[in-house]
Design a protein around this ligand. Structure first.
Ligand SMILES: C[S@@+](CC[C@H](N)C(=O)[O-])C[C@H]1O[C@@H](n2cnc3c(N)ncnc32)[C@H](O)[C@@H]1O
Length: 283
């Protein structure tokens, strides 16, 4: 599938998910059955606790399609500028806006019109002013160089067909010393291609999870330092059994190659500060 086709399929799937939430349904994008708790599967469920739920509109919580909780793990200080790549219904943008306070700013970036409409409606309900939802692609971020303190993202980078571009753009818009702090699905070690495809079907929509060493290598090539991948949920074959069986996949046959290999992780990295001889600090 070409890069443009992948984007169109992703937009269509998430557009449908946003419309479902708007009508009071679940945001799940098809891989797993909804449950009585609203959503969804071992990846998306129970990421946020009651104190966070109390800070944002219920609709923003219901629209959650992430696989982690980057705002809990990222250090956010009052007055900082935060950018959420693939902000969906806006949950992490709204939580970040509270953390950076009225002197800070939280941007959400998403390419899907229906998600942007849902996020803006959630912002209106939350009554927060220091938030802006931008339309655009994470491979071409519509913000100036050196303008963001912290980049967060929740289960979006695995959807991109050009991850090098995403990391390059993240590096460009971060200020020197700026932090990259994202949740994403990552594969530990080597997994046969057909097994990876089956598990990606389960993860949902269109996914292209990177191997941990590739994630680290790509971030380093983009210029980042202090790169770290911290597992937050490691999935077992039992998590995916029902879905994979329904797809006609022989689950017991692939189990040994899956067990413990697929995880949600929190990935940190830092854009190096300018050295002592950078133009701004030499004199
Ligand atoms: C899995 S959802 C996650 C949404 C949100 N981060 C959350 O935690 O609920 C993926 C979101 O990323 C957006 N997205 C996917 N690929 C994108 C891209 N290349 N550029 C901009 N947005 C993208 C989709 O429109 C969708 O809203």
């Amino acid at each position: 599938m070409s890069t443009d086709n992948i984007k169109e399929v992703v937009k269509e799937k998430y557009g449908e998910a946003a419309l479902r939430v708007g009508k009071g349904g679940s945001a799940c994008c098809g891989s797993a059955p909804s449950t009585a708790s609203g959503c969804c599967d071992p990846i998306t469920s129970n990421l946020y606790d009651a104190s966070q739920a109390g800070q944002i509109p219920e609709e923003a919580m219901l629209a959650s399609l992430g696989c982690g909780h980057p705002t809990a793990l990222a250090k956010l200080n009052p007055g900082e500028t935060v950018l959420d790549l693939g902000s969906g219904g806006g949950i992490d943008v709204l939580l970040s806006a509270r953390r950076v306070g009225p002197t800070g700013r939280a941007y959400g970036l998403d390419m899907t019109d229906e998600m942007l409409a849902l996020a803006r409606e959630n912002q209106r309900k939350a009554g927060v002013a220091n938030v802006e939802f931008l339309k655009g692609e994470i491979e071409q971020i519509p913000l100036p160089d050196d303008s963001v303190d912290v980049i967060i993202s929740n289960c979006v980078i695995n959807l991109s067909a050009d991850k090098d571009k995403v990391f390059g753009e993240a590096f460009r818009v971060l200020k020197p010393g700026g932090r990259f702090a994202v949740s994403d699905v990552v594969v530990r070690g080597d997994v046969p291609a057909e097994v990876q495809r089956s598990m990606e079907l389960w993860v949902g929509c269109i996914a292209g999870a990177l191997k941990d060493s590739d994630y680290t290598g790509k971030l380093a090539r983009a210029g980042f330092d202090s790169i770290d991948i911290e597992p937050t949920r490691v999935y077992s074959i039992e998590d995916a059994r029902q879905f994979l069986s329904g797809e006609g996949i022989d689950v017991d046959a692939i189990a040994p190659q899956v067990e413990g290999k697929f995880m949600s992780a929190f990935i940190r990295a830092v854009k190096p500060s300018e050295g002592c001889c950078a133009p701004a600090c030499c004199s």
